[in-house]
Design a protein. Structure first.
Length: 231
C-alpha cells in the first residue's frame, strides 16, 4: 500500500470538501427544477445538474468560498503519468470532472488532478431487463474500481450521485450492496445522519483497488426525487 503525502492529502481533502458542498447545493437546486426531464433521461438530468453546479459555485463564491476548479461535463479521462502509452481509460468519459493543478506534486507530469463524479438513477426502472441497482454498481462504482475505466486514477477519492426516483431507500441500498458484494467489494455505508427525505443523503464506500492510490474513498450523494412530481 502506498501512503500519500499528508500535506498533499490535506490539500486534496479541502478540494474534495468544497466540491461535495457545491454538489450538495447543486442537487438541491436540481430538485427544485419544475421541468426536470423524466427519470429515464439520465443524460438530460446530468446536463441540468451541470448548470445547477455553476449556480452553486456562484452561491458559495458570494459566501466567500471559492472553488479552484470548474466542472467538465462528459469529458474524457485525462492522461496519467503512470501510463507510458495511451491507455484504454483515456477513451472513457465520466459524467463530471473537477480538475486542478497540484503544485505540491514533485513530478510536474503528475500535477494535474481530477476529482471524478459519476451519476446514476436508482429505484425501479419499469423494465425487467434493466435493474438500476445493479447498473449503479456495474456501470458506476466499478468504473472507479477497475483500471480499464480508471475513474479517479491517482486521486484518493471520488463521488457517485444517485437520483433516487422511487422505491424505499433502505431497499435500494440493500440491492446496491448485494451487487457490490457479488463484485467482492465492501458494502456502502449510510452516514450517521441517516436518510434525508426530499434532500441529499450521504453514504461512504472504501475500495481496495489495483490502481494507486488505494484504498480509495468513494463518496455517495443520493438525491431523493420521489416527491418531485408534487413540486
Amino acid at each position: 500500500m502506498v501512503r500519500p503525502n499528508l500535506k498533499r492529502l490535506n490539500f486534496w481533502e479541502q478540494h474534495e470538501r468544497r466540491i461535495l458542498q457545491v454538489l450538495t447545493i447543486a442537487l438541491r437546486l436540481l430538485a427544485r427544477e419544475r421541468d426536470l426531464p423524466p427519470g429515464e433521461k439520465e443524460n438530460q438530468i446530468n446536463r441540468k445538474l451541470y448548470f445547477c453546479i455553476l449556480s452553486a459555485i456562484r452561491e458559495v463564491h458570494e459566501q466567500g468560498m471559492d472553488l479552484i476548479s470548474y466542472p467538465i461535463y462528459e469529458g474524457s479521462n485525462q492522461p496519467d503519468a503512470s501510463d507510458e502509452e495511451r491507455a484504454a481509460r483515456e477513451g472513457k468519459r465520466p459524467d463530471f470532472q473537477f480538475g486542478f493543478i497540484d503544485h505540491q506534486e514533485p513530478n510536474p507530469d503528475a500535477s494535474a488532478k481530477q476529482f471524478v463524479v459519476e451519476c446514476k438513477r436508482l429505484g425501479e426502472s419499469g423494465r425487467s431487463d434493466w435493474v438500476l441497482s445493479a447498473n449503479y454498481v456495474e456501470h458506476g462504482v466499478v468504473r472507479f474500481y477497475e483500471e480499464q475505466y480508471g475513474y479517479g486514477k491517482s486521486g484518493p477519492s471520488g463521488a457517485m450521485i444517485g437520483y433516487l426516483q422511487n422505491a424505499c431507500a433502505d431497499q435500494v441500498l440493500n440491492e446496491v450492496n448485494q451487487a457490490a458484494t457479488a463484485r467482492r467489494m465492501p458494502r456502502i455505508v449510510l452516514s450517521r445522519e441517516g436518510w434525508q427525505r426530499s434532500d441529499v443523503s450521504n453514504l461512504h464506500h472504501r475500495l481496495d483497488r489495483a490502481m494507486q492510490p488505494t484504498p480509495f474513498d468513494l463518496r455517495h450523494l443520493w438525491l431523493d426525487l420521489q416527491n418531485h412530481s408534487d413540486n
